[in-house]
Ligand binder design. Structure first.
Ligand SMILES: C[S@@+](CC[C@H](N)C(=O)[O-])C[C@H]1O[C@@H](n2cnc3c(N)ncnc32)[C@H](O)[C@@H]1O
Length: 244
């Protein structure tokens, strides 16, 4: 097993509480168009970089068998509670090994952008390819260039009585890299405990992604722009549906 991804551990509480409450609903609205029309009930879905398991919850509620993989133990602890019928494994997307194959693999909410170099992204794509059934489908989304540029426009904050979260995003246009500087304050008895961390996301254009997918063995690659789906919250995303 390689490098487990732990960077999300310390703010899993906030991710679960605030992201669970809004954005995933929009993804759910798009699932019929992007995924379900290619599947039948009971098919196996692997949700890669599943986070706190809200997509897993939708998949299991919609009648599929679900496995989730994430590198962060804290995120998975929430996932196990959110999607009780699904199975979860703490593994790295770059080198996970499961003893079953899947009709569909998903990797949503720009999780692909968390893979920070092309060499690692190719490893992820090859690994997904190896875990798909022969006619299996791989669905993922990535950030558009415009959405990366917008990251620097505003901070994200959540302020509760005993928990505070601040995220400051910066997009480095030379390196095509977003860095999110994260700070949490948690009140323990009468003391505030501060923790700082940084999460990075790499921007990849459609040409690079397509070429890496082909290198990994995928032949049929379909790109769908968020603005064509007509769900406002998805319009800055680019979706790939890819067949083995
Ligand atoms: C933006 S969150 C998305 C989570 C989930 N897909 C969702 O829809 O909310 C990215 C997730 O990817 C996980 N992650 C990032 N890099 C990873 C890696 N190399 N292997 C496994 N998990 C990874 C993080 O721990 C985090 O939970």
């Amino acid at each position: 097993m390689g490098n487990i991804y732990k960077e999300y551990d310390f703010f899993a509480y906030f991710y679960n509480k605030y992201w669970m409450a809004s954005s995933p609903k929009y993804f759910r609205e798009a699932l019929e168009l992007l995924l379900y029309k290619y599947l039948k009930k009971g098919d196996n879905i692997l949700d890669l970089c599943c986070g706190t398991g809200h997509m897993a919850y939708y998949f299991e509620s919609d009648g599929y068998n679900v496995c989730g993989i994430d590198g962060s133990k804290a995120m998975l602890d929430y996932a196990k509670n959110n999607a009780k019928k699904s199975k979860f494994f703490q593994m790295d997307a770059r080198d996970f090994v499961l003893d079953s194959n899947f009709k569909a693999v998903t990797c949503l909410f720009d999780s692909i952008n968390h893979i920070l170099c092309e060499e690692d992204l190719l490893k992820v794509f090859k690994n997904v390819y190896n875990h798909l059934e022969d006619d299996g489908i791989f669905l993922f989304d990535v950030n558009s260039y415009e959405s990366c540029q917008e990251v620097s426009l505003g901070d994200i904050t959540a302020v509760e009585e005993e928990n505070i979260f601040i995220s400051k995003g910066i997009f480095d246009e030379k390196e095509n890299m977003i860095s999110y500087n994260l700070t949490t304050f948690i009140k323990e008895e009468d003391k505030w405990i501060r923790q700082d961390s940084c999460i990075y996301e790499k921007y990849y254009n459609e040409k690079i992604i397509t070429s890496l997918l082909k290198k990994a063995g995928f032949s049929s690659i379909n790109i769908i722009y968020g603005m064509d789906i007509e769900i406002e919250a998805l319009e800055d995303r680019i979706f790939f549906t890819v067949w083995k």
